[in-house]
Write a protein that binds this ligand. Sequence first.
Ligand SMILES: [Zn+2]
Ligand SMILES: [Zn+2]
Length: 94
Amino acid sequence: MGECAICRRHGPALPTERHHLVPENRKQSPVIEVCTPCHKQLHALFTNEELREAFDTAEALRDADRMASYLSWIQTTKKRDIQVRTSENVCERQ
Ligand SMILES: [Zn+2]
Ligand SMILES: [Zn+2]
């Protein structure tokens, strides 16, 4: 069962990934479990340097101003089980 450390959505169908809190030091970095859209979003909004210097905990990421509008959107969406296509380039067989 996956649970996202940032948006706090959870469920068996929630796809989650590991996010390294210190991106440039993956071996020693603590990891948190985050859902795919949160993971994409946080890497789009923060540079590795910002993540390392200021946003190195799940709480800091959750409370970041930049994440606020995204989080309020994803937490209110009724579509909790987000289907992620593994590949959009593969043609479905008829
Ligand atoms: Zn999430
Ligand atoms: Zn990450």
